[in-house]
Design a protein around this ligand. Structure first.
Ligand code: HEM
Length: 218
C-alpha cells in the first residue's frame, strides 16, 4: 500500500512541534521546576540533538527499508534540529545571560563546552538557509550534498558539547555518541561500497501503437 506522503509530511511537521508547545505551555503555567531557565535550556538542547540524529537516520532508513517516500521528511527534521538549537541558544542568551554579549563571551571563555555548542549552531545556519528547493537548484545537487555532510559535524559538535558539560552520568552522551558512530560508520561503508547501480528501466512500449511485433511481412 503506498503511504499518503502529504499526510505523513504534515504529521511529521506537527509532531515535531509538540515538544516546543508543551515546553511553552509548562513555562506559561510555571511548571518547569525550581530552575525553569536551566530546564528550558537543557530540554531544547536535548531536542536539538535528538532531531540531529533523526535527520541523519533518514538516509539509512530509506535505503534499508526502501522507504524512498520518507526522504521528503529529512528537511523538516533538519529544520527542527536547527529550530531547537536556536531556541536553546536564545533562551541561554536572553534569560541566562540577560542579552549581555560580553556576559555570554566571558561565560564562553570560562566554559569551553559553550564554544563547542556554538560551533554546532553556526554550522547549522548555512544548512538551514540552503534547505529550500531554490537554494538546492542554485547550489547544484552535488555541491548541496557536500555542504549538507556538515550535518555530521554539527551532530559531533553537539555530542562533544554534551560530553563536556556533563559532570557525572555519561550514559546519555555515550548513547548519542554510539548512535552517531553507527550512522557515520554506515555512511562511510556505503560511500566505499555503493549499492549496485539499478539496471536501466526497459523502454516502455509506446501506448499509441500496440506492441509492434516485428513486422515480418515487410
Ligand atoms: C548544535 C548545537 C547544540 C546542541 C545540539 C546542544 C545540545 C545540548 C544538550 C544535549 C545539552 C544537555 C541537556 C541535558 O543536560 O539534559 C545542552 C546543555 C546546554 N547547552 Fe547546548 N547545545 C548546542 C548549542 C549550544 C549553544 C550555542 C549554547 C550557548 C552558547 C549552549 C548552551 C548550553 C547550556 C548553558 C547548557 C546547560 C548546561 C547545564 O545544565 O549546566 N548550547 N546542550
Amino acid at each position: 500500500m503506498t503511504p499518503d506522503i502529504p499526510f505523513i509530511k504534515r504529521l511529521v511537521l506537527l509532531n515535531c512541534a509538540v515538544p516546543a508547545v508543551l515546553l511553552a505551555w509548562d513555562a506559561a503555567r510555571g511548571n518547569l521546576g525550581a530552575n525553569p531557565v536551566n530546564f528550558a535550556i537543557r530540554t531544547t538542547g536535548m531536542l536539538s540533538l535528538i532531531f540531529l540524529v533523526l535527520t541523519l537516520l533518514v538516509t539509512p532508513l530509506v535505503r534499508l527499508a526502501h522507504w524512498n517516500w520518507f526522504t521528503q521528511n529529512r528537511r523538516v527534521l533538519g529544520l527542527y534540529a536547527f529550530f531547537y538549537a536556536l531556541a536553546h541558544f536564545l533562551i541561554f542568551f536572553t534569560l541566562d545571560r540577560e542579552l549581555s554579549v560580553s556576559g555570554t563571551l566571558s561565560e564562553m571563555s570560562l566554559r569551553p563546552y559553550l564554544a563547542v555548542g556554538t560551533l554546532g549552531l553556526v554550522i547549522m545556519v548555512p544548512l538551514a538557509v540552503t534547505s529550500t528547493n531554490r537554494m538546492i537548484q542554485r547550489l547544484g545537487t552535488s555541491r548541496w550534498k557536500q555542504l549538507h555532510r556538515l550535518t555530521y559535524v554539527a551532530a559531533i559538535a553537539g555530542v562533544v558539547h554534551y560530553f563536556m558539560l556533563v559532570k557525572a552520568d555519561l550514559r546519555w552522551p555515550l548513547a548519542f555518541a554510539g548512535a552517531l558512530a553507527v550512522l557515520l560508520g554506515w555512511r562511510l561503508y556505503t560511500a566505499f561500497n555503493p549499492p549496485p547501480a539499478k539496471p536501466p528501466a526497459s523502454p516502455r512500449p509506446s501506448p499509441r501503437r500496440p506492441t509492434a511485433v516485428p513486422d515480418s511481412s515487410v
